[in-house]
Design a protein around this ligand. Structure first.
Ligand SMILES: C[S@@+](CC[C@H](N)C(=O)[O-])C[C@H]1O[C@@H](n2cnc3c(N)ncnc32)[C@H](O)[C@@H]1O
Length: 288
């Protein structure tokens, strides 16, 4: 079944930006959460897999390792990120044979039904029209092909010791991402989004990160270097928009760091799988 491709959507600012620091944060995030997020994702040898919004290749290396025989095609709209992704993959998986494309999810340079599988991680939450993007991705999937989506939901962040200042700093990140056209609470909407975009057999599973002192790798790799680093990065924009005072901001960030050092932290990701429906088979009338 051919799916009509919707028209282009205007480009909006991307809240995290493309700094080297953000590239490192994406790497820390992917490596710290690889087991939690990639568990259950392995594509058969010979299948064609599109990773859209590959960024600096942080998830690409995990896809290549868990699906060594699959043909991975990675795409992103940022040329700079793609250059870093190529270098990262060349260093981490030197024998990888894959393709790279500069492409916008709303306007993909691929043929209808070209892919067996599509993988998308932490991208829909930055898009002003995620359902439209999902419809375009469905058009490049073959009938019966699968989509895997992983997204966060900042409403799932709670921690001890609690801090009004830390929550206010997180709220700034949420406001700025929303103002840039994204949806930082998208994880909880995955099921209706995917069914609304025409996918079948949609299954959504929460994947929870919980860190305390007995899990120092998660406390450092996730609470400090992924989540707190993401919030810290919007300091300038939050102050410029007068969303918070600098004193309250600094206290909020200090409280998040205290949580990483000696407290507890909870966050839930949502991982969805779904199938592009096959067209109804044309049933010939049986001869009488
Ligand atoms: C948070 S990063 C995630 C990168 C990677 N998937 C990961 O998990 O490390 C979001 C990525 O989506 C890309 N992106 C945002 N809007 C896009 C669009 N309209 N088309 C293609 N890529 C887009 C950005 O350039 C960025 O690299």
């Amino acid at each position: 079944m051919e799916t009509a491709r919707p028209g282009p959507v205007p480009t909006v600012d991307y809240v995290h930006g493309y700094s080297r620091r953000e590239g490192r944060r994406l790497g820390d995030q992917a490596d710290t959460l690889a087991r939690l997020l990639h568990d259950g994702t392995s594509y058969p040898a010979g299948s064609r897999v599109l990773e859209i919004g590959c960024g600096v290749g942080a998830q690409t290396v995990h896809l290549l390792r868990s699906s060594p025989g699959a043909h991975i095609v990675a795409a992103d709209r940022s040329e700079e990120s793609l250059a870093r992704a190529r270098a990262h993959v060349a260093a981490a998986v030197p024998d990888a044979r894959m393709e790279w494309h500069r492409a916008d999810v709303y306007d993909l340079p691929f043929a209808d039904g070209e892919f067996d599988h599509v993988f998308v991680c932490f991208v829909l939450e930055h898009l002003p029209a995620p359902r439209q993007a999902l419809a375009v991705l469905r058009s490049v999937l073959r009938p019966g092909g699968t989509l895997t989506v992983i997204e966060g939901d900042h409403g799932s962040a709670f921690f001890h010791p609690d801090s009004l200042y830390a929550r206010a700093a997180i709220e700034c990140q949420i406001s700025l991402q929303t103002a840039a056209g994204g949806n930082p609470l998208l994880g909880r909407e995955l099921h209706p989004l995917l069914t609304g975009a025409g996918y079948e057999d949609v299954e959504v599973r929460p994947r929870t990160v919980y860190a305390d002192r007995t899990r120092p790798a998660l406390a450092e790799g996730f609470t400090r270097d992924t989540f707190t680093a993401m919030v810290e990065a919007v300091r300038g924009d939050a102050l410029a928009a007068a969303l918070i005072t600098s004193a309250d901001w600094d206290r909020g960030i200090a409280d998040l760091h205290r949580t990483a050092r000696e407290g507890t932290f909870h966050y839930t990701f949502f991982k969805a799988t779904a199938v592009n429906p096959s067209p109804p088979s044309a049933t010939k009338p049986s001869p009488v």
